[in-house]
Design a protein around this ligand. Structure first.
Ligand SMILES: C[S@@+](CC[C@H](N)C(=O)[O-])C[C@H]1O[C@@H](n2cnc3c(N)ncnc32)[C@H](O)[C@@H]1O
Length: 353
């Protein structure tokens, strides 16, 4: 093969970029662990700072290596997390819109917890075993690495359970703001159950906007709801959605079906069907895969999340297309279907009994 053509040179570059790509998430994790985003943001100033100035904020007692921090910041700047300002012989860094998603808000939330959640030791142990999901999907890479499934594992480790709750809230609260601005399907609901509702943030936000909902049930595993905060109008209910789902006029479910196999999804959706009256709605918010495999941020975020599900949760759990969700709902008995695209990652899928 000719190795001096431009296309071969580009190809060698591209494969080196892919082979070194682990530096990207691990450096992002480092930046979150060091709390760099809050240090730069400082109440909204977002003034460009040198690595030494950032270091002085993240380690106020002194010490640390500014050059190594700069190496991390520089690389992440090339992925759009920080903006690099070069002048006067110095490199300075401020936050881009992407970097701002890592700033802790007044509720103590950000996307930082989601980054940390993904890089805990137990999850990291599963990643070298992705090929095992191809060879034998009967056992998840996470289970091969850790001896039990992810949810069971988290529940025995209070610190993982708490980080999971915080990560879910950090991702869900901004999405829910977008959903409540663009979707109006809660108008005639009086009793709503959120299945797999985690700490209850989604339900809290829905109830704040829709006072017509007199009763909100946040349904999740007993160990999860035991850690959930008290929320006015919300009753936390511990249980197993594979056994029973509390009755309500409508069921909300966000980011739940994705982690289960087709058979398990049918089972969950059939239990939803049983819990609803005639005309009742299942409102599912899930990542929805496009048909194309292009290199857009949207397609990549969804395809990468698909491999995450395969590796950590269920080897045959998956991100699905709209059509695949529709077929699952029909097999569980639902007949009417509408999709609302209120976000680039999640879609709202409405199924009626
Ligand atoms: C990816 S999280 C989504 C949480 C929340 N809906 C959100 O979007 O922020 C999936 C949720 O399903 C819950 N879950 C897992 N197995 C369950 C079961 N058998 N019954 C009820 N909830 C379950 C988990 O505890 C977790 O809170």
């Amino acid at each position: 093969m000719e190795e001096d053509t431009d296309s071969r040179k580009q190809a060698r570059l591209a494969i080196l970029e892919l082979a070194n790509m682990i530096s990207v998430p691990m450096s992002l994790n480092a930046a979150v662990r060091l709390n760099v985003a809050d240090a730069i943001w400082e109440g909204g100033s977002n003034a460009p700072l040198t690595a030494a100035q950032i270091l002085a904020r993240v380690i106020p007692t002194g010490g640390g290596d500014a050059e190594n921090l700069q190496r991390v910041l520089r690389m992440l700047a090339s992925y759009g997390v920080f903006e690099e300002h070069i002048g006067g012989g110095e490199r300075k860094y401020s936050l881009t819109d992407v970097g701002k998603t890592l700033v802790t808000d007044e509720q103590g939330l950000s996307y930082g917890s989601y980054v940390l959640q993904h890089h805990q030791d137990a999850l990291m142990r599963a990643w070298p075993l992705v090929h095992e999901a191809v060879v034998d999907p009967s056992k998840e890479p996470f289970e091969r690495a850790n001896g039990e499934g992810a949810y069971d594992y988290y529940l025995k480790k209070p610190e993982m359970n708490e980080l999971m709750l915080k990560a879910m809230s950090g991702v869900s609260v901004p999405f829910m703001k977008a959903l409540l601005g663009g979707y109006h399907g809660f108008q005639n609901v009086e009793k709503l159950v959120d299945v797999g509702g985690s700490g209850g943030d989604c339900l809290r936000m829905i109830l704040q906007k829709y006072p017509n909902i007199k009763q909100g049930l946040n349904f999740d595993l007993p160990e999860v709801v035991a850690k959930a905060p008290q929320i006015p109008g919300v009753t936390h209910v511990g249980g197993d959605m594979f056994k029973y789902i509390p009755q309500a006029d409508a069921i909300f479910m966000k980011w739940v079906l994705t982690t289960w196999t087709d058979e398990e999804c049918k089972h969950i959706m059939s239990n939803c069907y049983k819990a609803l009256p005639a005309g009742g709605k299942l409102i599912a918010c899930e990542p929805v895969l496009p048909e194309d495999s292009d290199d857009s941020h949207r397609t990549r975020a969804l395809l990468e999340g698909d491999i995450f599900v395969m590796t950590i949760y269920r080897a045959k759990g998956k991100h699905r297309t709209e059509e695949q969700f529709k077929q699952l709902a029909v097999s569980a008995g639902f007949n009417l279907f509408k999709a609302f695209h209120v976000d680039h990652f999640y879609a709202v899928l409405e199924f009626q009994k």
